[in-house]
Ligand binder design. Sequence first.
Ligand code: HEC
Ligand code: HEC
Length: 458
Amino acid sequence: MRQRFKAVTVVLAVIFLLGVFFWILPPKTSSALATWEDWVDFIASKKSSPLAPKPEKSILARLEEGQKIFRYDTFGDEAFWGDTLRLHEAIKGENLGGVGPGVSPKTALSVGLKVDSEALPSDLARALRAGKVDLDDPASTIALLQNDAVVGIKGFFDKQGNLISIGIQCAFCHSTVDDSFAPGIGRRLDGWANRDLNVGAIIALSPNLQVIADRLEVDVPTLEQVLASWGPGKYDAIVLEDGKAFRPDGKPAATLIPPAFGLSGINLHTWTGFGSVPYWNAYVANTQMRGMGTFFDPRLNDPKKYPIAVKTGDWNIKNEPDLITPKLADLHVYQLALKAPQPPEGSFDPEAAARGKALFNDKAGCSNCHVPPLYTEPGHAIHTPEEMGIDAFQAQRSPTNGYRTAPLAGLWTHQKGGFYHDGRFATLLEVINHYDSLFNLNLSQQEKNDLIEFLKSI
Ligand code: HEC
Ligand code: HEC
């Protein structure tokens, strides 16, 4: 008995000492910090003057808030997508008091909308798994909206549960899901470009396209042609300001949806470098999502380049109340925190990628512009169309008149839809062949292949 008591005491003492050891003795390194609060304390504990600014304690709360805004905020844009475009009526369909055939989950998935499996209540998830949800019935789409399970779309309901409006969120274009539940249904991937999303086809469902047609000074059939020209993964974020829907060669003016991750440290954003992340967030939330906020850019007050922005006053928007400006800081913090995801193991050949890396940084000269680890130039990363060996159309729709060196981290996540701003190169090989002839690189087949493997690895 006494011996057992002794043994227990010894064990307890050892546990106690180990506890003290792990608590007090180890030097604090950033890898040992479990939470953001620990991390903030760690940074604050570094030797510095008592007058030195301290990191914000609330940074974790701001990240959470930023995520909420990115995923769920509509900035009041339901006044446009619901009340004006009446897209909720198209979703409901005639049978439920709306218009047309309605949007079934099957139709929604076919235009690239994604379902957040984590938002599904367990009974609905079980019914879906068992094949007991009618995927041809618009009422099932409404059930998904009721659970906030359609990524990027928020349904607004009255007390009786009737869908009365809808709004869109940043996640609409800049999130997808991992398909872990079923194709198009899974856990959220914030910041990923949704290259399946057919924005044009979704807007075309509106029973009131006249408002957009009026803005563009075209008739509805012409607008329908424009919307049909975009295709999956593309959107035209400038046409509402400059009215240019097609290039001189007749091809659509839309650009690929880029990822919204991996952007910290980078100065200029969008394919043509319109401005910083918070600049573009304000531009998009006000002028494209048509949320209620404030936006000012005198560069758009140019009747030749942006006749519609001038006519409608989009270059200088002021709304009361302002539902956008107070959110820009937290949204920015969250976006900067989204790192480009690492490619899965086995998705590229590591030996070829290592050889490709050497080529990228040396013989092929890629790193002259795509400077690692940002893969764009620190500074003003804008190049003329002539330098890039491509047409000037999209560049001239931007205040910069150029193309921004595209950041390449996480390139593996957006292989669909092609490469360059309009997806003109269907494959990475086509991109490399373009550079090969533009810069007379004389790359062999093997070297081209190595470069491709490297691009898949970053
Ligand atoms: C309807 C689709 C759509 C929605 C909604 C949308 N975006 Fe975008 N976003 C785009 C497209 C298309 C571009 C590229 C525009 C261009 O370069 O012409 C873009 C570009 C960006 C960029 C620049 C990325 C880079 O490569 O540097 C950021 C950042 C961004 N969006 C963030 C947001 C945020 C934040 C929201 C919500 C406030 C939002 N977007 C809403 C389609 C969308
Ligand atoms: C003179 C500067 C410059 C050099 C050198 C350069 N690039 Fe680029 N790169 C750009 C610009 C600018 C774009 C964006 C073009 C556009 O948006 O149409 C781009 C786009 C890309 C893209 C498409 C990214 C996407 O998201 O679609 C890839 C891939 C790429 N470059 C790889 C390379 C490789 C590989 C090399 C070396 C063989 C290279 N680049 C050399 C400036 C450069």
